[in-house]
Design a protein. Structure first.
Length: 265
């Protein structure tokens, strides 16, 4: 009698890491499907960024991330692998890009009309506010680092409001620990420079349990009028500056990852 046929089974090991730092990422959920498209299992990466599936029967499989690690963009690529040999041990490293944040300033007058030409300074702190430095320019393909900002026209941490009254600080490192401080650095004739920060805090912002990576500070300010020194009682700056800073926070996880379908081995 001939030897019994060997049932071919193998295993796959998924290692999930940060795209830039290669730090292991926990909390990523993957769904695994067989060749018929039936769900085999859903697994979550552990504290070492690992998922290990053993005893997978011979055949082709696909898997896809369904939930990204907290603070990271979803990788919706459809990955493929095949168990062809008995005791095959496959190992695949998968990465996620960190979700970046933004701070937008909208400057208007009391009637809601845009105020152009106002300069805003964005600073960051990595020591809880002990020291501050201006954010600095990085390119679209540069590694995201604390203090980096991808806004065009950034100069020494400063942007100037455009004709729509807006200034956008984008591509900001958002880990919930780095502090950002936004202040008005220079204004235009007829307006008083705002005292104190327009915004100071982390990104993302917690809003009833939701992590919000993009915030907008709308600053509505009254025009400062002045009478000639020879007129009346010489009163100058008849109107106090009204600085109503409204933080409207909106989650903007712009994940434009193109899913790819390809044989992985």
């Amino acid at each position: 009698m001939g030897a019994a046929d060997t049932v071919i089974k193998g295993s796959i090991r998924i290692v999930k890491v940060d795209e830039d730092t290669r730090t292991p990422l926990s909390g990523a959920v993957y769904a695994f499907y067989d060749s018929a498209g039936e769900l085999v299992t859903e697994e979550t990466t552990d504290e070492d960024g690992l998922i290990v599936l053993d005893e997978l029967p011979y055949g082709a499989y696909t898997y896809q991330e369904t939930v990204p690690p907290e603070g990271y963009e979803l990788d919706d690529t459809v990955w493929r692998f095949t168990i062809r040999e008995n005791a095959a041990e496959l190992c695949r490293t998968r990465t996620n890009a960190r979700t970046v944040g933004s701070i937008t300033v909208l400057k208007t007058d009391a009637n809601g009309r845009a105020v152009a030409g106002v300069t805003y300074l964005l600073q960051y702190s990595t020591d809880g506010g002990g020291t501050w430095a201006p954010v600095f320019s990085i390119g679209e393909t540069d590694t995201q680092t604390p203090g980096g900002c991808r806004s065009a026209g950034l100069s020494n941490g400063r942007l100037v409001t455009n004709s729509a009254g807006g200034a956008l600080f984008e591509g900001l490192y958002a880990d919930g620990e780095i502090l950002y401080r936004l202040t008005e650095a220079d204004t235009v004739n007829g307006y008083t420079l705002l005292a104190g920060p327009v915004y100071e805090g982390t990104l993302p912002v917690d809003d009833d349990g939701d992590a919000l990576f993009d915030i907008t500070a709308t600053i509505r300010e009254t025009h400062v009028f002045g009478l000639p020194e020879t007129g009346g009682d010489g009163f100058h700056a008849a109107a106090m500056v009204l600085a109503c800073v409204l933080l409207s926070v909106g989650l903007c996880l712009l994940s434009d990852v193109i899913g790819k379908n390809r044989e992985d081995i």
